[in-house]
Design a protein around this ligand. Sequence first.
Ligand code: 1CP
Length: 334
Amino acid sequence: MTPIQQCIIKKKINLKPIWLMRQAGRYLPEFRKIRKSNTNFIKLCLNSNLSSKITLQPIKRFDLDAAIVFSDILMVPYGLGQKVEFKKDFGPKLNNLNLEEISKIEEIHFLKKLLPIYKLIEKVNKNKLISKKDTIGFVGAPWTLLVYMINQCSPKKKLKENFFKDKNLIKKTLLILEKFLKIHIENQVKHGATIIQIFDSWAGLLEDKNLPDYIYGPTLNLVNFVKSLNIPVICFPRGIKNYKEYCKIVKPDVISIDYKINPQQIRKEIDIVVQGGLDPKILLTDKEKLKIEAKKYLEIFKDHPYIFNLGHGVLPETDPQMVDYLIKFVKSYY
Ligand code: 1CP
């Protein structure tokens, strides 16, 4: 059993496994080199030779306990036929959401478009480096994908003014997403993903009264689906205020906490396995500060099953040496 599985399933507390959100990406010079000559990001994600290589880049460099599939949550809207582009210094840009068109998409067509992602997982799992580690597959939560699909770009801090206007569009899109997210999860698992993480990066944009319809209900359905495949599921509802209520209702195997939430409070209120929390900006400071902050999380969760990670993704301006220092520090803490 891998260290992460021992932590999740056996509730081992002395292992402190580690992986980092966005561990494969722009802070690594070897990634930037590949990215430079592959200007179309979607095409890069669909090139399983390159995307499997990128998935393994951080595993080659650092003593991490899991690889995360190099892909993007927006590959699902792409699979549903909504055009997605990643523009330099702007981020994702999506075409208008056409309900009639996405309603017509059949499973076989969706799978054909996303097949290279499943091939990438197979390739990664064949590599010796991964034999005692997990391969984390992932999806965006229905709410976060809905945000991008209707907003057509990153909401940064605010949703479009008329975001909730077309209730029929929202309701039907959420149902379509649920169906295809299950298909995407199942195929990642079939091809070798050993854990699924559900990213709800824009959970914090909703008012409390809307959480049951847009987050709790749709995410619980996905969590139950992953559990039915006998695979652990990690949820990352970034920015929500009430993690305790979220865990009580959605019941993931692991809750990944963001950097704004007080870890002491989480330790007191939550009894499931916890992941993450450390502010990725700390990696931009110095080793002394990094050590103090990482130690804080290790101490708070010393008697609790805890997977070390950040409270959001590694920032592009991060020095890989700081990442190396963090991993070595966590690994040698006990
Ligand atoms: O070179 C580039 O410009 C591409 C940058 C990039 C990368 C490296 C994007 C565009 N996506 C990714 C890979 C990615 N995205 C991974 C695999 C790599 C890894 O984690 O090691 C994963 C798991 C994601 C997930 C993802 N994509 C999320 C959820 C996590 C989070 O950061 O909150 C989200 C919200 C996205 C959308 C997205 N894709 C890319 C960008 C720049 C964004 C965010 C845009 C925004 O701010 O709204």
